[in-house]
Design a protein around this ligand. Structure first.
Ligand code: HEC
Ligand code: HEC
Length: 328
């Protein structure tokens, strides 16, 4: 069979299994995988029946969208306060985790369990969620058997309907734009911030609360640093992750196909944000027990090479890759 025929059969198989389970795929309207020609599609939660599974998946989506209200520091029931800040999963996993290169959650479940360099061992999807709970949400782990974890995993599993086990879905992560040959410049990035970001996130980067006062859960515009932000161990605290996320998604509404910021502006503004103060996570030196697997932009030591902490934080990364004999 040629490739087109294989894709057609695959598409039919997905459509059939979807039909049997009672949901359908919706085309999310963005880019096509240049390698396979496959369009970006997202299983449509709204077409699920009002069954126990359907309800659990919907509850999981609610938790991803309204994390602060449901399990944040101001959640009605003190026993359900797991997140340590008032971000939502959706603050970073844009559109409830359905946006291409908006750190989507589509396809993630199918890729777990997998080897986690940060822990140096195989990790489950529950452990991955709790990685974000401890770092991005600066909070504590959701017990594996809690109704919240069960629902989030049901949602993640649904978002991987039709994704083959172990497949690396095109559009996952935040992208991989070209790097600068110089170090990213936080001072220049500060000017980009004032011009392109402060209108929503505030000149002080503290965002805009959903309601007046500090007691309301959630934000209209989330904070980018300070006590209610992601902590120093979060993926977003790494320059390469932040710069790609920002270029593909910010100002809010931007898509990876039509970025609004220049490469330089994206790298520099990410450097500016990650130069500000944020909650410090303890014990980070234990991350990446196999040091050679540590991402170049991890903003904390120890490192396997002799490049400065400053260069790991701001780049340029090409000389560091050359030292490791690594390609991008
Ligand atoms: C401050 C930003 C931020 C917030 C908030 C956040 N995450 Fe994440 N999350 C990330 C980053 C960055 C990654 C790493 C993506 C990568 O590896 O390319 C990630 C990865 C993940 C993954 C693995 C995705 C994959 O493709 O393998 C899952 C699952 C996940 N997060 C779930 C959650 C859940 C559930 C919440 C809310 C409880 C949450 N995250 C909150 C930034 C965030
Ligand atoms: C039009 C308003 C708007 C503008 C302008 C904007 N953002 Fe955002 N940003 C948002 C919203 C809203 C979210 C949360 C995503 C969601 O809920 O859909 C967000 C999320 C983020 C996040 C991840 C969440 C967090 O709290 O860390 C980062 C990082 C970010 N923005 C950086 C930037 C940068 C840098 C710029 C300027 C280049 C920028 N944003 C411009 C509205 C905006």
């Amino acid at each position: 069979m040629n490739r087109r025929a294989i894709l057609a059969v695959l598409g039919l198989a997905i459509a059939l299994s979807a039909g049997m389970l009672g949901w359908s795929l919706r085309s999310a309207g963005s880019g096509v995988d240049p390698a396979s020609g496959k369009a970006w599609t997202v299983p449509d939660v709204d077409t699920l029946p009002d069954s126990p599974v359907g309800r659990s998946v919907r509850q999981g989506r609610e938790l991803v969208i309204h994390t602060a209200r449901l399990i944040g520091p101001q959640a009605a029931d003190p026993a359900r306060r797991f997140a340590g800040n008032n971000l939502n999963c959706q603050s970073c996993h844009i559109a409830a985790g359905t946006k291409q290169f908006g750190l989507p959650l589509v396809g993630a479940y199918a890729d777990f369990p997998n080897y986690r360099a940060r822990e140096g061992r195989i990790g489950t999807i529950e452990e991955r969620v709790n990685g974000c709970m401890a770092r991005s949400m600066n909070g504590r782990a959701l017990p594996s058997d809690s109704p919240e974890m069960t629902a989030i995993v049901a949602y993640l599993r649904f978002l991987s309907s039709g994704t083959a086990r172990g497949a690396k879905t095109f559009g996952r992560g935040a992208g991989k734009m070209d790097e600068l040959t110089r170090a990213a410049d936080p001072v220049r990035g500060g000017r980009v911030f004032t011009q392109s970001c402060a209108g929503c996130h505030g000149l002080d980067g503290q965002g805009l609360r959903a309601q007046a006062g500090d007691q309301a859960p959630g934000y209209v515009y989330p904070p980018l640093w300070g006590p209610d932000s992601f902590n120093s161990g979060a993926g977003m605290a790494r320059l390469i992750t932040a710069a790609n996320f920002i270029r593909a998604n910010m100002p809010h509404g931007t898509t990876w196909k039509a970025p609004m910021l220049s490469l330089e502006d994206a790298w520099d503004v990410a450097a500016f944000i990650n130069s500000q103060s944020r909650p410090q996570m303890q014990g980070l030196e234990a991350d990446y027990p196999v040091r050679s697997e540590k991402p170049l932009d991890a903003p904390f030591g120890p490192y396997a090479d002799s490049f400065s902490a400053q260069q790991h934080k701001y780049g340029p990364f090409a000389p560091m890759r050359a030292g490791k004999g690594e390609k991008r």
